[in-house]
Write a protein that binds this ligand. Structure first.
Ligand SMILES: Nc1nc2c(c(=O)[nH]1)N[C@H]1C(S)=C(S)[C@@H](COP(=O)(O)O)O[C@H]1N2
Ligand SMILES: [Mo]
Length: 197
């Protein structure tokens, strides 16, 4: 038996090494929304990326579904301390959307229908790390969990995974979103316990 030296940079949970520190496993799927659930018909839905130069590109529901779809299995971690392991989603990688975008911006402000915002660096959205998802466990994403579509950034605390997502604003400087303005950490890595700013 050797000493395990994985080069792992974060901290693990003392009681449950599969979890980040301070987290516990939830069996159910809690709903956490800062306001009422907006109801957006697929016919009215669009997702838009506006770059730092003001150039914009958008996809309606049909164009979004015509993009390559990926199945994602990921652990999710809410800052209020519940984690859910091995969740199943289907959607489009941000990499796929950014194939059609020219930008040198380093940051994004994510906008949702209903007004919620959250900031995520592009480095955390690209490279197979984030998706716009429209299915959970093989069924259409329920509206209380962000349907028609939400952002999924599973390697960051779940407040970054904006429900009812409607677009990204790309910026050179970081603009804090809703929870980041209210005391949450700008980045939100659960393995580093980046809970509060
Ligand atoms: N638009 C929007 N997205 C949101 C929120 C919100 O209030 N509004 N809450 C965030 C928080 S704090 C969490 S923990 C997750 C909860 O997602 P769930 O309700 O699907 O569990 O959504 C995140 N995305
Ligand atoms: Mo949360």
């Amino acid at each position: 038996m050797g000493i395990i030296s994985s080069g792992f940079q974060g901290r693990r949970n003392r009681d449950d090494p599969g979890l980040p520190p301070g987290q516990h496993r939830a069996e159910d799927f809690p709903v956490l929304s800062a306001g009422p659930t907006p109801r957006i018909a697929r016919a009215d839905w669009e997702f838009r990326i506006v770059t730092e130069t003001g150039t914009s590109r958008h996809w309606d529901w049909a164009a979004f579904l015509a993009l390559p779809q990926e199945d994602i299995t990921a652990d999710i971690h809410c800052v209020t301390s519940w984690s859910k392991l091995g969740t199943h989603w289907r959607g489009v990688a941000l990499d796929t959307l950014f194939d059609q975008i020219e930008t040198t911006a380093r940051f994004s402000l994510v906008h949702s229908y209903g007004g919620y915002t959250t900031n995520v660096p592009l480095a955390d959205l690209l490279g197979g790390k984030a998706w716009i998802v429209h299915q959970f466990n093989g069924a259409d994403l329920p509206s209380e969990h962000g349907g028609p579509a939400r952002l999924l950034v599973p390697h960051l605390y779940f407040w970054k995974s904006a429900k009812w997502v409607r677009g990204l604003e790309l910026t050179g400087e970081e603009i804090p979103g809703f929870w980041e303005t209210n005391g949450y950490h700008a980045h939100g890595d659960p393995w580093r316990e980046e809970r509060y700013g």
